[in-house]
Each structure stands twice: as structure tokens, then as C-alpha cells.
Design a protein around this ligand. Structure first.
Ligand SMILES: Cc1cc2nc3c(=O)[nH]c(=O)nc-3n(C[C@H](O)[C@H](O)[C@H](O)COP(=O)(O)O)c2cc1C
Length: 305
């Protein structure tokens, strides 16, 4: 018998607090041969848009010190293929599915939420607000409180599913954005998404990504993400999901102590696809040995400032 490490994030209950991060674990089904994906706390699938998207020109990823850059450009199979083909398979596998959604207007996010509301096998929606609002000059929804709140309100009104809003670290006032999405009805907040970066091949003098600029992820961003979770936790009451460079137990514990109720494993799955599952087992052992629950660790950092 293993220790109960289940967690509750508002209306969302997970068998454990370890989720694979969107875009770094495909649609989950790709990993079914390697592991029992039903043992993960959840799988946040690659961001789904209404229509399929091809994404950016290659190369789309490159390695950097302690991390990686990506410019996938939100390539995905689109709503119809996901719901028709992928979701039934995920249900068969017993996976806890968190659907990461991507839209270019509040209406598009709301339409996705409305559609997912009536399909079986979705545990929650994760709203990726780190994407351009085409109706307002391409400014990302996530950079300011008002557009972030507008998307959250629209999604909230369109679904009964738990709504997780995923913050962009590019916001000048991250705590302000967090407060705004909480007030607009988010059940939980996940943070952080990638931070824009660039790398140049000095021989060819070309950017190493086809799109030029991309998103930085991996251990390089972990201290930034921990700080952001800490600041948001102190200011906002909704449960948080910490993301950024998590590769093992100690990394996850840092996020719990800073104020996260659950964590997501992103880029680390590229190096070892079992990272998230290994973390589940390590966390079970840790909690069993110390006779504690993950919830007791949340926000338990001593002092700080
Ligand atoms: C290749 C790649 C694709 C990603 N695609 C998405 C996406 O579709 N939607 C999203 O919200 N985040 C996406 N992300 C961001 C991750 O979910 C995560 O927030 C970020 O990588 C930080 O976590 P990490 O340092 O553990 O990788 C992507 C990240 C990578 C590396």
C-alpha cells in the first residue's frame, strides 16, 4: 500500500500533484508504451486550438546552458482530431487529461471551452494566455491584468469544467495579472510559461531557431519560477501549480514550499520521459518517510523576506 499523496486544487482532485507540462509530453498517448500514464497526477496536453496549426519553420528547438529554446509556434492537431481520435485513447489509458487551450481572441477561447464542456474525459482546462490577441494588435493576453481577465471571464462563463489559467512570466505586474484572473473566476493558476530568449550561431550568423526568437525553459528558469510562485502565493488565494525547470524531487519540493499545491514537469521529459513518474514515486517515498502530505508543504518556506 502506498501513501496517499492526492491533492485538491479547488474543484479538481488529482491522484498526485505531478502533471506533465503542455507541449513537452505530446498528447500523452505517445508515452503509453513506455509507462502507465494513468499513474501521473495529470497530463496537460499540447495546446489545442479550434483549427489545426502547422507552427513555425525549423529548427524549432535548440539547447542552451541549463535549458532549451523552442519556437514550436503552437503546432497542434486541432479540436476535431483531438476529440475524435486522441481523447478516446487517453480515456482508455485511464489518464487524467488537462486540456491546454490556445486561442487568438477571448471568443475563440470561449468557443473551445464550450465545446470541451460537453465531451467526456476532460478533467480540467488550462488556458494558455501567453499567446497573441489578434484583435488587439497581437499583444499577448497574459502581459496585463485586463486582457488576461477578459479571457478568463469568457472561459469561465462557457464551461463547468475546472479552469486553470496559465500565466506568462513576461507580465510586468505578474501579481496583478494573477489577482485579475482569480477575480475573473479561475479555479487555479499555473505558472510559469517560457521566457523569451534568443541564441545565435556565430559561424553562420543566423539565429539558431527558425523563428529567431523562442521560449526559454529548463533549470535556467527555475529560480525565476520559484520566486514568481512565492510572490503570487502570498497575494492570491487560489491554488497554484508550479512550473519551471523541475527535474526531480528537490526541485518539486522547492515549488511546494514556495506555495505551489501541484507541479508540472516540462523540458525534463525530453531528457528522460519517465521524469514525472519517477517524481511521483520519489514524492510518495518522501511523504511516507516523513508521514506528511504534500498539502502540509504548501507555502511552508520559512521567512523569505
Ligand atoms: C517544446 C515546448 C512546447 C511547449 N508548448 C506549450 C503549449 O502548447 N502550451 C503551453 O501552455 N505551454 C507550452 N510550453 C511551456 C511548458 O508547458 C512549460 O510551461 C515551460 O516549458 C516551463 O517548464 P520547464 O522548464 O519544466 O520546461 C512548451 C514548452 C516547450 C519546451
Amino acid at each position: 500500500v502506498t501513501t496517499d499523496i492526492s491533492v485538491r486544487l479547488g474543484p479538481l482532485r488529482l491522484r498526485n500533484p505531478v502533471i506533465t507540462a503542455s507541449g513537452t509530453f505530446g498528447y500523452g498517448v505517445e508515452y503509453a508504451e513506455l509507462m502507465d500514464v494513468s499513474r501521473l497526477g495529470g497530463i496537460s496536453v499540447k495546446g489545442i486550438s479550434l483549427a489545426p496549426r502547422k507552427g513555425n519553420p525549423p529548427p524549432r528547438i535548440c539547447e542552451t546552458p541549463c535549458g532549451m529554446l523552442n519556437s514550436i509556434g503552437l503546432a497542434n492537431i486541432g479540436y476535431d482530431a483531438f476529440v475524435g481520435q486522441t481523447l478516446p485513447r487517453l480515456r482508455e489509458l485511464g489518464a487524467t487529461v488537462i486540456v491546454n487551450t490556445y486561442g487568438t481572441s477571448a471568443d475563440e477561447f470561449a468557443e473551445l471551452a464550450r465545446r470541451f464542456d460537453s465531451v467526456q474525459g476532460v478533467a480540467a482546462l488550462e488556458v494558455n494566455i501567453s499567446c497573441p490577441n489578434v484583435k488587439q494588435g497581437g499583444i499577448h493576453f497574459g502581459v496585463a491584468p485586463e486582457p488576461a481577465a477578459a479571457v478568463t471571464r469568457a472561459v469561465r462563463a462557457a464551461t463547468r469544467l475546472p479552469v486553470i489559467v496559465k500565466l506568462s512570466p513576461e507580465a510586468a505586474d505578474l501579481v496583478g495579472v494573477a489577482r485579475a484572473v482569480a477575480d475573473a473566476g479561475a479555479d487555479a493558476i499555473s505558472l510559469i510559461n517560457t521566457i523569451r530568449g534568443m541564441s545565435i550561431d556565430v559561424e553562420t550568423r543566423r539565429p539558431r531557431l527558425g523563428a529567431g526568437i523562442g521560449g526559454l525553459s529548463g533549470p535556467a528558469i527555475r529560480p525565476i519560477a520559484v520566486r514568481m510562485v512565492y510572490e503570487v502565493h502570498r497575494a492570491v488565494g487560489v491554488p497554484l501549480i508550479g512550473i519551471g525547470g523541475i527535474a526531480g524531487l528537490r526541485d518539486a519540493l522547492e515549488f511546494f514550499l514556495a506555495g505551489a499545491s501541484a507541479v508540472q514537469v516540462g523540458s525534463a521529459s525530453y531528457t528522460n520521459p519517465r521524469t514525472a513518474l519517477d517524481l511521483v514515486e520519489a514524492l510518495e517515498r518522501y511523504c511516507e518517510e516523513r508521514r506528511i502530505t504534500p498539502a502540509e508543504l504548501v507555502g511552508a518556506v520559512v521567512s523569505g523576506d
